[in-house]
Design a protein around this ligand. Structure first.
Ligand code: ZN
Ligand code: ZN
Length: 332
């Protein structure tokens, strides 16, 4: 391949640095890579672009220092992105759609931002003067080559930007046991290589979506479970939610105050060397707020029993009554 032809294909001048050549190739590769472009001629054209790129890079001496330059050209850059997961997904894993956005050359104008009209018109940039002012200096207008009129019109598809946003949806399988900050690596889903090398990797960093009930503490799942004060006082089996389904906890009879209890291993599951977390449940007492008629006689019976038990049952109350109601009340 002739050097002039290679330059023309990539749209670079003789002064282009290896970096500029690779960049030009990357832009064109986004458009012509057969994985992206279903047109039958895309494969052949992409091959010519690769040859042109290799040819031009062969002309310029590779940097002698570093040692990374030569190898970097053989593989595309990694692409970094966040993936937002809720606690259920961290625990159970599953498939998640990830939207990948890339700015690629506008196909309508080939990335120039302009298209050629069938007529000449006053140059919109210099308003016909052929010159543009930068600070105090007048320069020749590049849009019309100083002529003041032009056939070039702003590309209507990309509005002159030369780029458009391409969205690609990738379905990713998330394994159970990921934690916020962990990275999921998808080989070959990163940026395309400058030359024939393989693309970089896609590296998805896990971010946690808030949940109305669960929070995370490392691999432990923490939640508050409102529970009747009688369940705390009397003990018994209590159901608690967990991302993997309802679990049950045995409460010992205890004070009618908030308390914590955990189910070992019922948090975020183990992954690699990391052990499974716990499910940490904080039981918060709820007092009956309405006197249900059918229960009123039970409350009265309970109250009588409590007065009888006095000091042992509610020491603060007993102390208050002993101080301020001497000779009556809880002394029966
Ligand atoms: Zn102009
Ligand atoms: Zn365009």
């Amino acid at each position: 391949m002739k050097t002039s032809e290679a330059r023309k294909l990539l749209g670079v001048g003789p002064e282009a640095t290896p970096e500029a050549i690779k960049k030009a190739f990357r832009h064109l590769a986004m458009r012509w890579h057969p994985d992206r472009n279903p047109a039958p001629e895309a494969g052949e054209f992409f091959g010519r672009l690769s040859t042109a790129c290799d040819h031009l890079l062969g002309l310029v001496p590779a940097p002698a220092h570093g040692g990374g330059g030569g190898r970097a050209a053989s593989r595309g850059d990694d692409r970094h992105q966040d993936i937002e997961l809720d606690i259920e997904r961290l625990c159970l894993g599953g498939e998640v759609d990830v939207v990948l956005e890339s700015r690629i050359d506008c196909t309508a104008c080939g990335g120039t931002g302009y298209s050629e009209a069938g007529y000449s018109q006053l140059c919109p940039r210099c308003q016909g003067s052929g010159r543009v002012r930068l600070g105090h200096v007048l320069f020749r207008c590049e849009d019309c080559d100083g002529r003041g009129y032009t056939r070039r019109i702003r590309c209507p598809r990309c509005e002159g930007a030369g780029k458009r946003l391409e969205r690609r949806i990738l379905t990713v399988t998330v394994p159970p046991g990921m934690l916020p900050g962990d990275e999921l690596r998808l080989e070959g889903e990163g940026h395309p290589a400058a030359t024939r090398g393989r693309p970089g990797d896609l590296r998805l960093r896990v971010r946690l979506l808030p949940h109305p009930v669960y929070t995370l503490d490392g691999g432990n799942i923490v939640l508050e479970r409102p529970v009747s004060v009688f369940a705390l006082l009397g003990g018994g089996r209590v159901a608690v939610p967990s991302p993997a389904g309802v679990r049950h906890l045995e409460l010992e009879p205890g004070p009618g105050e908030a308390r914590e209890q955990r189910i070992p291993g019922a948090g975020v599951p183990a992954r690699g060397r990391r052990a499974a977390g716990d499910l940490c449940v904080r039981f918060v007492p709820v007092l009956p707020s309405v006197p249900v008629p059918a229960l009123v006689r039970h409350y009265r019976a309970l109250q009588a029993e409590m007065e009888h038990a006095g000091q042992a049952c509610a020491p603060e109350l007993a102390a208050w009554e002993k101080r301020w109601l001497p000779g009556s009340a809880m002394q029966g």
